[in-house]
Design a protein around this ligand. Structure first.
Ligand SMILES: Nc1ncnc2c1ncn2[C@@H]1O[C@H](COP(=O)(O)OP(=O)(O)O)[C@@H](O)[C@H]1O
Ligand SMILES: [Mg+2]
Length: 442
């Protein structure tokens, strides 16, 4: 069978790598793809903001199965477009993708279905927003309603900071239309985890749990980023906690979608805060996380195409998903300047040496090939990912590989997986680090 994948980041490179492993795949296509994906798939140009053009790509390559990596095309309605044409695509239709496309929609949805989440207010204009701040302490979280590529959330420390963020979003419109409406919410304390499921709206296949590292610097300091690394290890979620998440969050979300006649099939990501009162939803994403996908897929033993086919045919419920018991860790190598404007065009050395180490795979996130040389081309450049028989060994391995790679201005966090190590200590559950103390996005 021919398979088509949309996207161009490290997440999609990991997906392409996993899809390529499948015996069921004949031709693998990716649009637009990247340097790493081009080694395992045929890359085709595509505009991911244009569902019609994406449909034309699928028709051109005759792909009976299409998978979408990023959120933008899902929110723009690519699934609706494919379904009208009778083509199978994995992902939610536009109406259901609002769970990610509008934070106000998501919060009101959670309120309607009594899904645990931070207390909130929605405001449509600056004056109303400033007025609504009174309902919160100075430590309020301000979120642009629409898609903002990870730049739409400000964790204010003072009333003045909160007002400045509202002013930037609502009056200066620094995020464009995405910031015209805002959600303000209570600041939650606790440890953050990523819980991702594959679902057809009825059955649920949870993926192995993972934990992202949002802040730019070690110890969860500095500005928030798209993600500086992630690891996947069964110890992140105890069976009891998983049961609680399924019962109090996943179940009510799926029954809420069904009750509102919002069809859903595809990946659904729950960004969770483990608070003293139990797990609460920070946000939904209607797709896989980047970089959580990289270490998670490294542990997946089930054929991904078989799984997606079962999903498309409504057979997900009967299919066991197998995972390697071995943990995996992904470290993002970032450019100087990231998460601000990155320096690009720097020569990358040591890639092959890093990849030749056993148990290591290096995914491309922002690179180009130029005249036979591999150059940096974005903020997040490479995602070094490694697996080993236990977490300390996986961490050692991933940093040994990262140490082989070099480009001017390269920076990366040295503490990816450290929360997992603390959990492994006798009597150790990971301490509540709280959220990033200085992590305003704006
Ligand atoms: N209510 C909250 N309390 C504390 N931290 C929060 C809260 N909401 C969001 N955050 C922090 O901000 C980050 C980004 O928020 P999120 O809702 O995931 O938006 P996005 O991923 O679209 O930027 C989260 O990963 C979390 O670290
Ligand atoms: Mg998020």
């Amino acid at each position: 069978m021919n398979v088509l994948l949309f996207g161009s980041g490290g997440r999609e490179h990991a997906l392409a790598w996993k899809l390529r492993e499948s015996q069921l795949v004949e031709e693998l296509y990716c649009a637009p793809g990247n340097v790493g994906i081009a080694q395992v798939a045929e890359c085709i140009p595509a505009d991911l903001a244009d569902p019609r053009a994406m449909l034309e790509v699928a028709q051109q390559v005759k792909a009976p199965l299409t998978l979408v990596g990023p959120e933008l095309p899902l929110v723009a309605g690519v699934v609706d477009e494919f379904e009208r044409a009778g083509l199978t695509i994995i992902g939610p239709p536009r109406a259901s993708a609002q769970l990610e496309g509008s934070k106000a929609f998501a919060k009101r949805f959670m309120e309607r279905h009594r899904i645990p989440t931070a207390r909130f207010e929605v405001a449509e204009d600056f004056e109303a927003a400033v007025h609504a701040l009174d309902a919160f302490g100075p430590q309020v979280v301000i979120k642009a309603d629409g898609l903002a590529a990870g730049k739409g959330v400000a964790l204010a420390a003072t009333h003045e900071e909160a007002v400045a963020s509202l002013d930037a979003m609502m009056r200066q419109k620094t995020l464009g239309p995405a910031g015209e409406r805002v959600v303000m919410e209570e600041r939650l304390a606790g440890e953050e985890i990523s819980f991702i499921i594959l679902t057809d709206g009825k059955s649920v296949a949870p993926l192995a749990p993972s934990q992202d590292h949002k802040a730019a610097f070690d110890g969860d300091l500095g500005p928030n980023t798209g993600g500086m690394g992630a690891y996947s290890d069964d110890s992140i979620i105890s069976p009891r906690l998983q049961e609680q998440i399924l019962r109090t969050i996943v179940g009510p979300t799926l029954s809420g979608l069904a009750a509102e006649a919002l069809p859903y099939h595809g990946f659904l990501y729950f960004g969770l805060m483990l608070t003293a009162e139990g797990p609460k939803v920070l946000e939904y994403n209607v797709r896989l996380g980047d970089p959580e996908t990289q270490p998670t897929l490294m542990r997946m033993r089930t054929d991904l195409v078989e799984l997606l086919q079962a999903l498309a045919e409504g057979r997900l419920g009967g299919l066991p998903v197998h995972w390697s018991p071995n943990p995996s860790v992904c470290v993002v190598l970032a450019s100087k300047g990231y998460p601000g404007k990155p320096d690009t065009g720097k020569a990358i050395t040591g890639f092959d040496v890093a990849e030749s180490l056993g148990g290591v795979k290096v995914f491309h996130a922002g690179t180009v090939f130029d005249d036979g040389r591999l150059l940096t081309a974005g903020g997040r450049v490479l995602d070094v990912t490694a697996t080993a028989e236990n977490l300390p060994a996986a961490i050692e391995r991933v940093y040994a590989a990262a140490g082989k790679i070099h480009f001017e201005g390269m920076h990366y966090r040295r503490d990816i997986g450290a929360k997992g190590l603390r959990r492994l200590r006798p009597g150790g559950s990971a301490p509540s680090l709280g959220t990033n103390p200085r992590g305003a996005h704006l």
